[in-house]
Design a protein around this ligand. Structure first.
Ligand code: FE
Length: 200
């Protein structure tokens, strides 16, 4: 099976974004596709599952040629966490391995410190959504202190190139950032040698 699962996901998601659905419908259908992808943990190549003891890694797995969506493996070392940040585009987070905790924040109308929202604990197979329309600010951490965790993220843009924000939750102050990616290469989705030969 291996990489075929990711190839099938990319193909299905490409079709989905081509339907030009309203965001809520796109997220509902996208959630189901991502849930299918993370239902099995036998396809992510080892190079895109490696953690770094210094900081969490974001490996690009695929970017749509028109940059309508991107797929990333987010690899957490034990105890690692993000700053409080936003995305500015819709995002889907599917848990592949381990555990992830996402704490929501909201800006207050009067400004100042961010308001703390709900805590979500993701376990393998679960999928969460973010977007400016439904809540876009959170802080995410590995829920495990003794092992790496991995989640698969899908965003409504080439996320590594999006100018977005990190926040100081105590003051609400926002700073621009662009995340980039942790690797210069993506997985080869298109080597179909084995399946073609086996079909002969
Ligand atoms: Fe995030």
């Amino acid at each position: 099976m291996a990489i075929e699962r990711l190839r099938n996901f990319v193909r299905a998601f490409t079709g989905l974004v081509g339907e030009d659905l309203p965001e809520a419908a796109l997220l509902a259908r996208g959630k189901a596709l991502l849930a299918t992808l993370v239902a099995a943990d036998d396809w992510l190549p080892e190079e895109f599952a490696r953690h770094d003891p210094e900081r969490y890694r974001q490996y690009l797995l695929h970017c749509d040629p028109a940059e309508r969506f991107s797929v990333v493996s987010f690899v957490w070392g034990p105890g690692q966490r993000t700053p409080v940040h936003d995305h500015t585009v819709w995002g889907l987070i599917g848990m592949l391995r381990g555990e992830e905790r996402s704490l929501r924040f909201e800006r207050r109308a009067e400004g100042g410190a961010l308001a703390e929202g709900a805590l979500t604990v993701l376990r393998p197979g679960m999928v969460e959504a973010v977007s400016p329309a439904i809540g876009d600010i959170h802080r995410v951490e590995n829920g495990l202190t003794d092992r790496p965790s991995i989640s698969i993220h899908v965003y409504g843009a080439n996320i590594g190139a999006v100018r977005r924000h990190v926040f100081d939750p105590a003051t609400g102050a926002a700073t621009d950032f662009v995340s980039g990616y942790s690797s210069a290469v993506t997985p080869n989705l298109w080597d179909r040698f084995e399946e073609t030969r086996n079909r002969a």
